[in-house]
Ligand binder design. Structure first.
Ligand code: FES
Length: 280
């Protein structure tokens, strides 16, 4: 069945809810129409618009890789009306899904290169889609070494612990560095902020692309740290998810200067980010 109206949500069912932290849950969805599900395709870094019927809709990055064809995952922090309503739903509940929207990480360009992922908090969600894409058996040979540096405020705030502390660390050619902001008794790993840890780990810039996502202030300092380490602007990508509402360039909510994040983003190269007005 073709889906002509981009504004019409398609019915989807929550198959599973995975609690990530005290205020983040991953929702695993399938489209109710089997043909639509089979035809669904998103690229790593793209977004989807979820609606809670009777409450409203909001845009989120897709946190699962397109290589996982049986479902679509969104990892969502409870922070507003729609996200609160989503967090109250249970497996089996129906929601609406529009999309996918936006551009994506240019993974074709990354072929043959090493990749450095730097994430903070829930910012790991869009990166996870690309990490799992790159680590998928069918794609792994196309990419070099994978380094993942991830941080959150506390141990409890680390999302995707099953990937960060377990699944990804076991993957060949993959190194994961994890940090939390302040020391805790149960945490024996690194303590400190992401940009400082990045400088400490000091990844080399040769033959590598860096992909960043997290709070804007973290992105800013990580970019500075990467430049200190010798990364050129062209080697750095980030994904910005700002205040999006309609997803199709109509509401005017997501613009930074004259750029609409929903149309031209959310993935930007640092050269483009450097051209954005300072409000970012
Ligand atoms: S989200 Fe409405 S214009 Fe971008």
């Amino acid at each position: 069945m073709s889906h002509e109206n981009p504004l019409l949500p398609r019915p989807a069912t929550i198959q599973k809810i995975i609690p990530e932290t005290g205020d983040v849950k991953t929702f695993r969805l399938t489209l109710d129409d089997a043909e639509a599900m089979a035809a669904w395709h998103h690229e790593p870094g793209q977004l989807g618009m979820l609606s809670v019927f009777g409450v409203g809709e909001a845009m989120f990055s897709i946190s699962s890789s397109p290589t996982r064809r049986e479902y679509i995952e969104f990892s969502i922090k409870r922070m507003g009306k729609v996200t609160r309503a989503l967090h109250e739903l249970e497996a089996g509940c129906q929601v609406g899904l529009r999309g996918p929207y936006g551009n994506h990480f240019p993974y074709e360009k990354f072929k043959g290169k090493d990749l450095l992922f730097v994430g903070g908090g829930i910012g790991l969600a869009p990166l996870r889609s690309l990490i799992d894409f790159v680590l998928a058996e069918e794609n792994r040979g196309d990419y070099g070494r994978v380094e993942i540096l991830y941080g959150a405020r506390s141990y409890d705030d680390l999302c995707f612990k099953y990937d960060v502390l377990d699944g990804w660390v076991r993957q060949p050619g993959t190194v994961v560095y994890t940090t939390i902001d302040r020391a805790e008794e149960r945490w024996t790993g690194h303590v400190g902020f992401v940009p400082a840890y990045l400088e400490e780990v000091a990844p080399t810039p040769e033959n590598k692309y860096a992909l960043i996502c997290g709070p804007p202030v973290m992105i800013k300092f990580v970019m500075q740290a990467l430049q200190k380490l010798g990364f050129r602007e062209e080697q750095i990508y980030s994904t910005l998810e700002l205040r999006m509402k309609c997803g199709i360039g109509k509401c005017g909510r997501c613009n930074i200067g004259s750029k609409f994040v929903c149309l031209e983003g959310p993935v930007f190269n640092m050269v483009e980010i450097g051209q954005l007005p300072p409000e970012f």
